[in-house]
Structures are given as structure tokens and as C-alpha cells.
Design a protein around this ligand. Structure first.
Ligand code: C2E
Ligand code: CA
Ligand code: CA
Length: 322
């Protein structure tokens, strides 16, 4: 006789990302799936929560091992499908505007996910979970490839149109990140000059030495790097001295109070001035109101992004705008 105990890794997160009803559906489907490949001399039981047990009778050790292997193999495949298909994922694009003319210079690529129940899950929620599960790397490549494909027409129409793609810390750290990036660029025949990679400030500052090498390599190919959420962390100004970036993206918290708070306006002005001295472009995020736009227009910013000019939108909406 043999007993096999099974439990689902990180099942709790299925409940968190979807809901309990969906969690139950997953368990049921999993149960049916195992049932379907169960040999005649075995029975499946639900023990508790996400734990199941298989009882095998009149069985040799080698048969148990073989069955267990085939079970794992089958389950690994259900995961591969998710990985490869990236079902439910799609991209939105938010316009980046030339402050004086209001012309669209480029877009930031923002990933979206609609789960199987049709609910939208925000990237703030699912990206950390994908990072934790090692799925961010393949998802990141999918995002790059899809953005390259969708942006090609825009670049044909407007040769200096840029796309800014967010890259998560773990993704950037992956040893094969550059290899994957360059390969995707080559396969999609995408012009490097039209690509900006956005990295968050807090992450970049903590890992300057490791980053320097990758930064230099990317810049050799004319891929630009933006420091995202600038000012939301610590030691921001000093960090600019050592971080080899091309663009600084000022965090949207500075716009929130800009009409009432002298500090915020002064900070934006100061950062812009310092950046321009060392040839770094400045993008201001989070401009929502006309009054805010009128106000920041006086600052020599290189680009502005915010709901006032457009919320993140699908490819077709950008087609129309262009
Ligand atoms: P982020 O890179 O700072 O992206 C800007 C976020 O601010 C977006 O939220 C955007 O919708 C929002 N936003 C833009 N303009 C305004 C405005 O005027 N007012 C307000 N209140 N919000 C504005 P979203 O799309 O929910 O993205 C959240 C974060 O998720 C992003 O912050 C980024 O860190 C991460 N993320 C999004 N897409 C990707 C991706 O493809 N890869 C990775 N690694 N991270 C991503
Ligand atoms: Ca960003
Ligand atoms: Ca940002």
C-alpha cells in the first residue's frame, strides 16, 4: 500500500487574487484532473483545504514513483500554458506630452490583467506576486514583445516616437535579462533609439554598482533609461550624481499640492535645472487638472504625463490620437 500526500503551493494567493469561489473551482478542477489520470488501484481523497491524498493498493514502489512523476509532469504543463499564453494580459498606453505644444511624444506601456472571472486586477497587486513566483521574467519578455509589435506603426508615422517600458527590479537583476531584451529587439526588429526602460528610483539607488554595467551596455545600443518615481524615496538629489540615467520621472506626489505648496514647485524647478545641467531629461507625472498644467508649463520640463492628457488607453485609442 502507498499513500501520496499533495498540497498546492501558495494556494492562499489564488484566493487573494481571485476569490474563494474561484479557489474552490481550482481545487475541484484539480481533483477532476488527477482523477482522470488515476490508475485503477488508486483512490483520491480531499483531506483539508488544499490538501489531497492518494491511496494506492497492491502497488510496487517503482509504480508509485512513476505515477507521481507523470502527475507532476501533467501539472507542470497546466503552469506552462499560463506562462506561454499570458492569458488575460494586455497592454495599455499612456501618452507622454511635449509640454509646450501638447503633442504626443511617446507612451508609457502599462500592463493590465483581467482574470478568468472577468475582474481587472491592478499591476500594483499582481506584479509583486508574479515576482515572488518567478513569473515576472517571462511576463516581462511578453510585455516587451507585445509593445514592440503594437508600437511599430506609431514609429512609422512618427520616427522619434518613444515607448517607455517598466522593468521590475527582479526582472532587471535576472542574469539573462539583457540577452532576452536584445533577442526580443532583434526578433521584432525594433529600433533601440525608440525604447526607454523605466526602473524605480528606490531600486536603482540601492544597487548602483551592479546596475552600472547593465546600464552602460544598454546605452551603447542607444536604449535610454528612466529613473521612475523620482523623489518618492530618499537621498534623491545626491543619487543623481552616480546613477547613469537619461530621464528622470518626477513622482506624481509633487503635482498633488503644487498649487498650494511652494516647496513642490521649487523642488520640480530645482531638479529640472540640475538635470538639465548634466543633460538628463525630466518628465513630470500625474498632471490631472488644467490649472496644474498651466502652472507646470512654466517649468522647462521635457515631457508631461497625467490623466489631464489621457489615462492609460488601448492601442486603438493611441492609433486615433496619432
Ligand atoms: P508607474 O510606473 O509609476 O506608472 C504610473 C502609474 O500612475 C500608472 O498606474 C498610471 O495609470 C498612474 N497615473 C498616470 N497618470 C496619473 C494621474 O494623472 N493621476 C493618477 N492618480 N495616477 C496616474 P498603473 O497602471 O496602475 O501602474 C501602477 C504601477 O505598476 C506602475 O507605476 C508600475 O510600477 C507597475 N507596472 C505597470 N505596468 C508594468 C509593467 O509592464 N511591468 C512592470 N514591471 N511594472 C508595471
Ligand atoms: Ca513607470
Ligand atoms: Ca512613476
Amino acid at each position: 500500500m502507498a499513500v501520496i500526500m499533495l498540497d498546492v503551493d501558495e494556494f492562499r494567493q489564488i484566493n487573494e487574487l481571485y476569490d474563494r469561489e474561484f479557489g474552490n473551482w481550482v481545487l475541484k478542477t484539480l481533483g477532476q484532473f488527477i482523477q482522470a489520470i488515476l490508475p485503477d488501484n488508486a483512490c483520491l481523497f480531499r483531506l483539508e483545504k488544499d490538501k489531497m491524498g492518494i491511496l494506492m493498493t497492491n502497488v510496487q514502489e517503482a509504480d508509485v514513483k512513476e505515477f507521481y512523476k507523470s502527475l507532476q509532469e501533467h501539472l507542470r504543463k497546466i503552469r506552462e500554458c499560463v506562462k506561454q499564453g499570458h492569458q488575460g494580459f494586455f497592454l495599455n498606453y499612456q501618452p507622454q506630452i511635449q509640454p509646450q505644444t501638447g503633442e504626443m511624444k511617446g507612451v508609457e506601456v502599462l500592463v493590465r490583467w483581467k482574470n478568468q472571472r472577468g475582474n481587472m486586477v491592478s499591476p500594483g497587486e499582481f506584479i509583486p506576486i508574479m515576482e515572488e513566483h518567478g513569473l515576472i521574467y517571462s511576463a516581462g519578455l511578453w510585455i516587451l514583445r507585445t509593445a514592440f509589435q503594437e508600437a511599430k506603426e506609431w514609429i512609422k508615422k512618427k520616427p522619434d516616437f518613444t515607448i517607455s517600458v517598466n522593468v521590475s527590479a527582479l526582472q532587471f537583476f535576472e542574469e539573462t535579462f539583457l540577452e532576452g531584451l536584445y533577442q526580443t529587439i532583434e526578433e521584432e526588429n525594433f529600433p533601440c533609439e525608440n525604447l526607454v526602460i523605466e526602473l524605480t528610483e528606490s531600486f536603482a539607488i540601492k544597487n548602483i554598482e551592479i546596475l552600472q554595467k547593465k546600464f552602460n551596455d544598454m546605452r551603447k545600443r542607444k536604449i535610454r533609461i528612466a529613473l521612475d518615481d523620482f523623489g518618492s524615496g530618499y537621498c534623491s538629489l545626491a543619487s543623481l550624481k552616480n546613477t547613469p540615467v537619461d530621464i528622470v520621472k518626477l513622482d506624481r506626489t509633487f503635482v498633488k499640492d503644487i498649487l498650494n505648496n511652494k516647496f513642490d514647485a521649487a523642488f520640480i524647478n530645482l531638479v529640472t535645472e540640475i538635470c538639465h545641467i548634466v543633460s538628463i531629461d525630466v518628465c513630470l507625472e500625474g498632471v490631472e487638472e488644467k490649472e496644474e498644467y498651466e502652472f507646470v508649463k512654466k517649468i522647462p520640463l521635457d515631457s508631461i504625463q497625467g490623466y489631464y492628457f489621457g489615462k492609460p488607453m488601448d492601442k486603438e485609442a493611441i492609433d486615433k490620437k496619432l
